[in-house]
Design a protein around this ligand. Structure first.
Ligand SMILES: C[S@@+](CC[C@H](N)C(=O)[O-])C[C@H]1O[C@@H](n2cnc3c(N)ncnc32)[C@H](O)[C@@H]1O
Length: 267
């Protein structure tokens, strides 16, 4: 992902985060001097405008991790606040930094874990990083819409070399509509998390045709692999692929995406 591009096209994710965080506040148990981790920070707008305001005044530290080097550089140059640090890290990594183990009282993640190729590894790492009394809160898409997009793009020979496979979840199966929510929920339970919240949040996103490609391209993890001279053709293909998995509303002449986000909170 390229953070500066995402920052211009993420108003829909921002609005969703705004609604979700408003509802989340009542479930959070804070102590002064809590240590907080966020996974998949993106451009940081939701972090600074929505998440930071709900932290206790004397929180001990905030750590933001993201798999994208470009994103971490962007965050470091745009957010310079006391007690905040950003690190490049894949939540599915094989070896966690030792100092992250059993460190955090709160772990948050918004619109990220659907990109985790190995959901089990991601949750194992979250469990290791969370203190035993800590709370994890995550919201991420569970109707496989991102996997479908990546899979279809990976089928176009010209773009195959972008490496889509790295981001397609092991939950994805072509021609099958796996119940991602149940699969994630089973994982949480099998790994011994105590689920305080586990439900599906359904919402619809409407787009005029000319808005679709910008929205999708902004969150694609493979954008940095696209050559400048290919961008125009790539944009057209992304638009076509996105339209193929949307629903056309003839009355409004808009394209609808039926989104399903999982809301999981552990206690
Ligand atoms: C769609 S953005 C969401 C950003 C922000 N949380 C928001 O809600 O606007 C997803 C972010 O997760 C990051 N990401 C994707 N896979 C990841 C992984 N395996 N580990 C850590 N971060 C990841 C991406 O680089 C990107 O910055």
């Amino acid at each position: 992902m390229i953070a500066s591009v995402y920052s211009k096209n993420n108003c829909r994710q921002y609005s969703h985060n705004e609604r979700i965080i408003e509802n989340l506040k009542k479930h959070l148990k804070w102590n002064e001097s809590d240590r907080i981790l966020e996974i998949g920070v993106g451009d940081g707008k939701s972090t600074t405008d929505l998440l930071f305001p709900i932290f206790p005044k004397n929180f001990r530290e905030y750590v933001g991790i993201d798999i994208s080097q470009n994103t971490i550089e962007y965050l470091k140059s745009h957010i310079k606040l006391d007690k905040c640090n950003f690190y490049e890290m894949d939540v599915c990594c094989d070896r966690l930094p030792e100092e992250f183990e059993n460190r955090f009282d709160h772990i948050f993640s918004f619109h990220c874990l659907h990109w985790a190729r190995y959901p089990r590894k991601a949750l194992e790492n979250i469990k290791k990083m969370l203190k035993s009394e800590g709370q994890f809160f995550g919201t991420f898409l569970i109707n496989g819409i991102c996997d479908k997009l990546l899979f279809k793009l990976s089928q176009i020979p010209r773009w195959r070399e972008h490496g889509y496979g790295k981001y397609i979840s092991t939950f994805f199966q072509e021609n099958s509509s796996n119940d991602y929510f149940e699969m994630w929920k089973n994982l949480f339970e099998n790994l011994g998390f105590n689920l305080q919240l586990a439900h599906v949040d359904k919402f619809v996103l409407n787009f005029a045709k000319e808005e679709i490609a910008d929205f999708v391209i902004a969150f694609l993890p493979t954008l940095s692999a696209v050559k400048k001279e290919d961008l125009k053709d790539y944009t057209l293909d992304v638009e076509n692929v996105a339209i193929s998995i949307s629903e056309f509303d003839e009355n409004k002449e808009t394209y609808k995406f039926h989104m399903e986000a999982a809301i999981f909170m552990t206690s």
